[in-house]
Design a protein around this ligand. Structure first.
Ligand code: COA
Length: 438
């Protein structure tokens, strides 16, 4: 280990300085992963199809002619090179990049990388130190060849069957646990593989299946599946309502997933504001404070209410009583009153409120970024804060913006070779020649 740096914290470079990523990702899962690595300081070279690029550049477009927010918000701090990976000269460039990079990250459909000719064997032979990291929909098994998007993963990973209300259909969540969640898992796998490489000197394959990633996030529901064998799930409101349990973990509405009962309650203004609600947790240690606040001090000693066990069958009525109280105040007033006596509550914040939240802007979690085509836009910065590796958010690259820079500075190709490769058409879309940035 080197001697501890004498430089002030935050001025000794970044955690992944010196790591170069060959970023073959598209859409959301892979780009989430490589964006995180870029925020940690890795040099991320995004390879895109000439003329088109990552398909999200043109999806859900809000400003005509500009890259969509879908793309810009997932591809900060990266460089872009356009390469036709099926063209012989494109393969030549990619082979050279493989030799110069530490990690290849991809989330193509199963088999696509092999069909391009970039098998693990080929890559490993060219660069035995290279880590090859992939997102796929499913791991090895009957579904391994399937293409998968976010909601497919939420459904196959156990999230949808356990989300929603008992008397309604399964629900998907707004949080992108299949795509962004799996990208996060993959980033951890890559960092661990880089660490192991320091010892072994060799790369390895890292695979995150979206089904596995979602299941990992839904593991408390697999916990409940096994508990069912030993009797009803007493903390589910279904138990208090006397509704028998079936064979599988049921949907539990807004019940808390832990051992402390919770529910979403109306606050002042709920009739017109869809987000005038608060999540209220009747945590056992603060039961007395809850009783005092809502004006039911006798519940502190009344054996019908005094213990968590006694309360379980009556949770619906208890939350109805607490709601009578929360409805007299805004969600922020409830938050203030409850937090003053350590009662955990969560106001339902709208995206508008989050976008305007000053404290989130101060920490860099919500960031304003300038873009040459679309102007200023908001994004989510690095949610992982490190004291000696400070993230800055740089705008996403234009399609092929760094093609020349990468060919000459990363690969060290001379002008003649660059001209030869460009002339072959491997870096530009034939039908849009002259228009492509490459
Ligand atoms: N040059 C030339 N060809 C390229 C290229 C490039 N730079 N980049 C991609 N391609 C080709 C691929 O080789 C593939 O060709 P092939 O089918 O002949 O082998 C083709 O483009 C399509 O790639 P594919 O990954 O199949 O894209 P798709 O739009 O059909 O499917 C997904 C999209 C996301 C469903 C699929 O990629 C997938 O299942 N990925 C794994 C799971 C995943 O990450 N899903 C979540 C995405 S957020």
């Amino acid at each position: 280990m080197p001697a501890p740096s004498k430089k002030p914290f935050g001025q000794a470079g970044k955690a992944l300085d010196g790591v170069r990523i060959l970023d073959f990702t598209h859409v959301q899962s892979g780009p989430t992963c490589t964006q995180l690595l870029a925020w940690f300081g890795a040099d991320v070279i995004k390879v895109e199809r000439p003329g088109v690029g990552d398909i999200t550049r043109g999806q859900l477009v809000d400003v005509k002619g500009a890259d969509s927010l879908y793309f810009t918000m997932l591809n900060h701090n990266k460089r872009s090179i356009t390469i036709d990976s099926k063209h012989p000269q494109g393969k030549r460039v990619l082979n050279e990049l493989i030799k110069k990079c530490d990690v290849l990250v991809e989330n193509f459909a199963p088999g696509a990388l092999d069909r391009m000719g970039f098998t693990w064997e080929h890559i490993h032979k060219l660069n035995p130190r290279m880590i090859v990291a992939s997102v796929k929909g499913f791991g090895p098994g009957p579904y391994e060849d399937c293409k998968v998007y976010e909601n497919v993963a939420q459904c196959t990973g156990g999230s949808a069957s356990t989300t929603g209300f008992r008397d309604g259909p399964p629900l998907v969540t707004g949080a992108q646990i299949g795509d962004s969640g799996t990208g996060l898992h993959l980033a951890l796998g890559i960092v661990a593989a880089l660490y192991q490489r320091n010892r072994t000197g060799r790369g390895q394959k890292v695979l995150c299946a979206m089904q596995d990633g979602v299941l990992n996030l839904a593991r408390v529901k697999l916990r409940d599946q096994q508990r069912l064998a030993h009797g009803p799930l007493t903390e589910y409101s279904q138990y208090g309502e006397g509704v028998p349990f079936g064979e599988a973990t049921p949907r539990a509405g807004n019940d808390s997933g832990g051992g402390q009962p919770g529910w979403i309650l109306k606050c002042k203004g709920w009739e017109t504001d869809p987000n005038a609600y608060i999540y209220f947790i009747t945590q056992a240690p603060v039961w007395g404070a809850i009783c005092d606040l809502i004006g039911e001090p006798s519940w502190k000693t009344d054996p019908e209410y005094a213990t968590p066990r006694a309360r379980l069958p009556k949770l619906k009525a208890i939350f109805a009583r607490i709601e009578e109280w929360t409805m007299t105040m805004t969600k922020f007033e409830v938050m203030e009153k409850c937090n003053a006596v350590d009662i955990p509550v969560g106001p339902i914040l709208s995206m508008k409120e989050i976008a305007e939240d000053e404290s989130l802007r101060k920490t860099g979690t919500v960031v304003e970024v300038d873009h040459p085509v679309r102007g200023t836009y908001l994004t989510v910065g690095n949610p992982i804060k490190m004291s000696d590796s400070i993230s800055d958010v740089k705008r996403s690259p234009l399609l092929g913006e760094h093609t020349d820079e990468i060919l000459t500075k990363v690969l060290g190709l001379d002008k003649k070779t660059v001209a030869e490769i460009k002339g072959s058409g491997a870096l530009s879309a034939p039908e849009k020649e002259g228009k492509a940035a490459a």
